[in-house]
Design a protein around this ligand. Structure first.
Ligand code: G6P
Ligand code: ZN
Length: 598
């Protein structure tokens, strides 16, 4: 017995119960949209752009076409994200298009929530494993009807699609004529855990909604010594605080920090995921993680309350992290170096040694010094996590990090905010193992200062000029490319700006040849190297959704233990002045000051 209702037929058995739902596939004619080029981390645009009829559909179909129909047919796809505005609609659209394109099953985290690292873990670890994933996020960009949405595709290894695929997707978006969709498929209730079965022209199609945290929690427990961390967290002398900035990290924080590790519930800030991140900018840095920064004693107001020993935050999709101690900021470049230096002792997953370490080019050389001291393989890659993924797939890298608040390891193929917090808690727990009943714990600040004393300190800061005129930004970069070969001219500018700064000995544009697949990435940032080991880097952000963002990275190495205790903005002020003169920042951008300093 078959009854038909709006493109979907319900098969009834004799007791009149629905046994399976049969859907039909429609071919919808469409025309291309401009600018659907996926950036470093997928396609990011304003929600207003994404909600245009056919906009998301075109991109999803272009992705399916790039993957090829043979690979899509029968696939298991993960579809979820950071829960930002428009995610729920997008999940339903992608389910219907997956059904129509012959996908075998779609896995959805409850309420459409999965952090980016959890997606990577689910692809690699869950049950029969998945073929790939659509991750719905614009990472650290704000969310809401007037803000950003984003989508990116991750591959079977759990990492972002390589350029060969994203280029193909972009090509397809320029010529697309139609997409496939099972329009009549009823919306699946993604708030309830369970499996819904459908039948289409190609056979069975299932949607499984599952708990967002359990696969990820299981993985974390296989990496870290939860018992040891639990002891630290239960010590009355240790106080802890975690801010999810209303991103998807909140879906993991309660399970891991409170239920598994025994932290106080009150130590979780902004841990309810919200579609608009509570109106905030879900980027874990000293500017945007205001509440945490205040609580850690690093803000302007002094509440008189003693700050916690340890604080951390993650971004919208919980792949980024910021680590703080009491009244103390750990730069991400130091963070990865310190994790690498301590991993073998403090983290069971690494107890048999590190295969190698890697950082992105603009990240400070703190990791280089650790690698050299410990005799580890070391790689410097362009900005963007996919470059680490290649090294990890080839067994060449265990730990890696970026100045942009990304830290991670080869347990997955994305950076991992919660992993970074657990790594730091592990180091603290290890250093305080014999000390929990003593009168003073080894603090985050102690660990960092000890590290500087051993390896030297890389003073480091980043200036961001957000949403500047794209033309002006291009001209600024072009002007420096022209300046690059003229060391004399460069040094005249340097001397004119600050006679106390050492001279530039080399300037170039970073280019990378991937040692695994041989691919070459050009124009990855302009670098000025100084005689005393200092460095300036300029590059254009690849993740913005409006205008251009110029990033300026400033670094200075200090080996002398008597000089490692300075305030970093003060220590770097001369180099900053030089950088602004060299780039003619104000002239090209009209900006007298950066939008964000980290
Ligand atoms: C994303 C990528 C990171 C990268 C960062 C750089 O977060 O996943 O790997 O470091 O973007 O962003 P930017 O805006 O500097 O290009
Ligand atoms: Zn992110």
């Amino acid at each position: 017995l078959i009854r038909q209702r709006r493109g979907i037929a319900f098969l009834f058995d004799l007791s009149n119960e629905v046994t399976k739902m049969v859907f039909e596939v429609s071919k919808v004619p469409t025309t291309p949209f401009d600018g659907q080029k996926p950036g470093t981390s997928g396609l990011r645009k304003k929600v207003k752009v994404f909600v245009q009829p056919h906009y998301l559909h075109n991109f999803v179909q272009s992705t399916f076409n790039a993957l090829t129909p043979e690979k899509v047919r029968g696939a298991t796809l993960v579809v979820s994200g950071d829960g930002r505005y428009f995610s729920k609609d997008a999940v339903q659209i992608i389910i219907k298009m997956s059904a129509a394109n012959g996908v075998r099953r779609v896995w959805v985290g409850q309420n459409g929530l999965l952090s980016t690292p959890a997606v990577s873990a689910v692809i690699r670890e869950r049950g029969s494993k998945a073929t790939g994933a659509f991750i719905l996020t614009a990472s650290h960009n704000p969310g809401g009807p007037n803000e950003d949405f984003g989508i990116k595709y991750n591959m079977e290894n759990g990492g972002p699609a390589p350029e060969a695929i994203t280029d193909k997707i972009f090509e397809n978006t320029k010529t697309i004529k139609e997409y496939l969709i099972a329009e009549g498929l009823p919306n699946v209730d993604i708030s309830a855990i369970g499996v819904t079965n459908f039948t289409g022209p190609e056979g069975q199609f299932d949607v499984e909604v599952f708990d967002s945290a359990s696969d990820f929690v299981k993985l974390m427990k296989s990496i870290f010594d939860f018992e040891l961390i639990r002891k630290l967290l239960s010590s009355p002398k240790f106080t802890f605080c975690y801010d999810a900035l209303h991103g998807v990290g909140g879906a993991y924080a309660n399970r891991i920090f409170v239920e598994e590790l025994g932290a106080q519930k009150s130590s979780l800030l902004n841990c309810v995921p919200k579609e608009d991140f509570g109106g905030g900018h879900p980027d874990p840095n000293l500017t945007y993680a205001k509440e945490l920064v205040e609580r850690m004693g690093l803000g302007k107001s002094n509440s008189g309350v003693e700050p916690p020993e340890f604080g951390a935050a993650s971004d919208g999709d919980a792949d980024r992290n910021m680590i703080l101690g009491k009244r103390f900021f750990v730069t991400p470049s130091d963070s990865v170096a310190i994790i690498a230096a301590n991993a073998v002792n403090a983290i069971p997953y690494f107890s048999s040694g590190l295969k190698g370490v890697a950082r992105s080019m603009p990240t400070s050389a703190a990791l280089d010094v650790v690698a050299k001291n410990l005799g580890l393989k070391f790689f410097e890659v362009p900005t963007g996590w996919k470059f680490f993924g290649n090294l990890m797939d080839a067994g060449m890298c265990s730990i890696c990090g970026e100045e942009s608040f990304g830290t991670g390891s080869d347990h997955i193929r994305e950076k991992d905010g919660i992993w970074a917090v657990l790594a730091w808690l592990s180091i603290l727990a290890y250093k305080n193992k014999e000390n929990l009943s003593g009168d003073k714990l080894v603090s985050v600040e102690d660990i960092v200062r000890q590290h500087w004393a051993t390896y030297g300190r890389h003073y480091y800061t980043r200036y961001d000029y957000e949403n500047v005129d794209a033309g002006g930004a291009k001209d600024l970069m072009a002007n420096m490319v022209k300046l690059m070969p003229t060391l004399n001219e460069i040094n005249t500018i340097v001397k004119g700006a600050r006679p106390d700064v050492s001279k530039v000995v080399n300037a170039d544009e970073f280019e990378y040849k991937d040692p695994v697949d041989g691919s070459v990435s050009k124009n990855q940032g302009i670098r000025f190297f100084f005689e005393d080991g200092s460095r300036l880097v300029f590059r254009l952000s690849g993740t913005g959704s409006e205008g251009a963002t110029i990033r300026l990275y400033i670094e200075q190495y200090e080996k002398d233990p008597s000089k490692i205790g300075r305030e970093s903005q003060e220590a770097l002020a001369p180099l900053v002045e030089v950088a602004l003169k060299l780039s003619k920042m104000q002239e090209f951008t009209g900006r007298a000051a950066p939008t964000v300093i980290t």
